[in-house]
Write a protein of this length. Structure first.
Length: 87
């Protein structure tokens, strides 16, 4: 049986709901590279919005994980590279 996502989107993309509760609207995303739904549909509580990482300046989504390239002024990259720390 095909998943709902597979029936709504081309192969390799996931269907993520947009709009309010009960909305039938969706967008097709590549969760391995999408900045606002990195790793899964943030509208369903999965994945992460890389653009919302506090103090991050340049970010990316690599293989479903947020990557911080640089932090904004007044922040530095944490030792594990997963966040920006306020100075």
């Amino acid at each position: 049986m095909k998943s709902r996502s597979a029936s709504l989107c081309p192969q390799g993309l996931d269907a993520c709901h947009i709009g309010g509760l009960g909305s039938r609207e969706y967008e097709c995303i590549d969760a391995s590279t999408d900045l606002e739904s990195c790793g899964g549909c943030t509208s369903t509580g999965q994945g992460q919005d890389c653009t919302a990482i506090r103090g991050a300046w340049n970010v990316g989504c690599e293989a479903g994980q947020c990557a911080i390239y640089t932090c904004a002024g007044g922040y530095r990259l944490s030792e594990d590279g997963s966040s920006c720390v306020h100075l």
